[in-house]
Design a protein around this ligand. Structure first.
Ligand code: ZN
Length: 425
């Protein structure tokens, strides 16, 4: 922790005044983004809005579709949806030279609001009630997208030039693969990257990797009047489920990664979907489990897949039917390792100092038991963590952004940006 607070230069004072004056614009931009239902496959309209906004701010803006071959790279995934027509967007605010560069990254995709009946407001309405802006993505993470988009605009309007480049990225598929950030991390080099996920003023310095997998079980369909003549694929899933639960317990009994010390049950295997059968009077001939498992930073996707397959194979070996008809394991969606960044990285200590300056309290490091896009920058040697606004109910009904958290987050990020990239003439 920096004992000496950083110096608030005249340029930083001007930027902060601009942020104070235009807090409403930050919030309105989040609301406009929320009104685009940018779930997987429907990101295009929101990305067009972002690209226009970046161009209007004078950024050199690129809009590009990802190449399908990206799905074969290490730590990529496959969402099952083709990339064409749902691009990544990036805008570069060109510095005058000789400064450090910075990426501000955010994802445009949001998870489904289902079940919509559980919401008390329209998930795509961007409705403001008191200090809260409601909507799917208002918090995770169109709050961060708006911060990324408006900081360069505020700089321009305050007449402040930078020495290093700032690259604003709006990427797809954070919620299912990470492919958008993977591609962006390969396209743009930088000296540091901040992912403006809504951390409530904390700093995400480590997070788990995640992989998704399916287990397909075959049975034998038969009329239920002679159910004993068939093989019930749903019943055959039971020992597999038990084996996966035992794997979860075993993984949590291993030595805890230091960044996750004190976190309850850091590794989580979730059996998220089960599909099997189609008629009460038919013995189900097929059943499929769709699961998610996390892994510590430093552990690989390959070794975790081996653990999963070994657990399933052991359970199958104990059942005569499954021994002869082994469950088939396949992988889709996330297939990525986790990452961590040192709290001693110069970019992290500088961000921490500006957090202390704005909030009058230390920036708290946290470790995520979910995955986020910072990993791809860390994999490339670009130090990266998450820092952003506050709120609640990500991936749940009545997701909301804490409106008063936006201006202080913008001030920390803005001062950090000027200090990191340097102010030009
Ligand atoms: Zn997010």
């Amino acid at each position: 922790m920096a004992d000496i607070l950083p110096v608030v230069t005249p340029a930083i004072e001007r930027l902060w005044a601009e942020i104070d004056r235009r807090g409403d614009e930050l919030v309105q931009t989040v609301a406009e983004l929320v009104r685009f239902p940018s779930v997987l496959g429907d990101e295009a309209a929101a990305q067009a809005y972002v690209a226009d906004h970046l161009r209007d701010s004078g950024l050199e803006t690129e809009v590009w579709d990802l190449d399908e071959s990206l799905k074969e790279l290490p730590n990529a995934g496959d969402s099952g949806v083709l990339f064409a027509g749902r691009p990544n967007v990036a805008g570069t605010l060109r510095g005058a030279g000789s400064g450090q560069s910075l990426i501000l990254n955010g994802h445009i995709d949001v998870v489904s609001p289902e079940p919509v009946a559980a919401w008390t407001v329209d998930p795509w309405g961007g409705e403001i009630v008191g200090d809260r802006l409601y909507g799917r993505g208002a918090y995770d993470m169109k709050s961060g997208d708006a911060l990324n988009m408006l900081l360069p605009r505020f700089l321009r309007d305050a007449g402040i030039g930078l020495r290093g480049d700032v690259v604003v990225q709006s990427v797809i598929e954070e919620e299912c693969t990470g492919n958008g950030a993977l591609d962006a991390s390969l396209r743009y080099p930088a000296d540091a990257a901040l992912v403006t996920e809504p951390t409530g003023g904390n700093f995400t310095r480590a997070h788990v990797g995640v992989l998704w997998f399916r287990v397909a079980l075959a049975g034998v369909s038969w009329h239920a009047m002679q159910a004993w003549k068939g093989v019930n694929a749903i019943s055959k899933a039971v020992p597999i489920i038990q084996a996966l639960e035992a794997l979860d317990a075993r993984l949590n009994a291993q030595p805890v990664h230091p960044a996750f010390a004190g976190i309850e049950h850091p590794i989580n295997l979730n059996i998220g979907v089960i599909r099997g059968g189609d008629w009460p009077s038919t013995v189900p001939g097929a059943c499929e489990l769709h699961c998610r498992l996390s892994l510590y930073p430093g552990q690989t996707v390959a070794e975790t897949r081996t653990e999963i397959e070994r657990s399933i194979a052991e359970a199958a070996a104990a059942d005569p039917w499954l021994r002869d008809h082994p469950p088939v394991v396949t992988y889709d969606g996330f297939g990525s390792a986790g990452s961590e960044v040192s709290m001693d990285e110069p970019a992290v200590t500088l961000l921490s100092a500006w957090h202390q300056s704005v909030f009058g309290a230390p920036m708290r490091p946290v470790s995520g038991t979910g995955i986020n896009d910072m990993r791809y920058f860390n994999f490339r040697g670009i130090p990266s963590g998450c820092y952003g606004a506050g709120g609640a109910n990500a991936h749940a009904a009545d997701e909301w952004l804490d409106i008063p958290s936006m201006v202080p987050a913008a001030k920390v990020l803005g001062a950090f940006m000027l200090d990191w990239c340097g102010v030009g003439e």
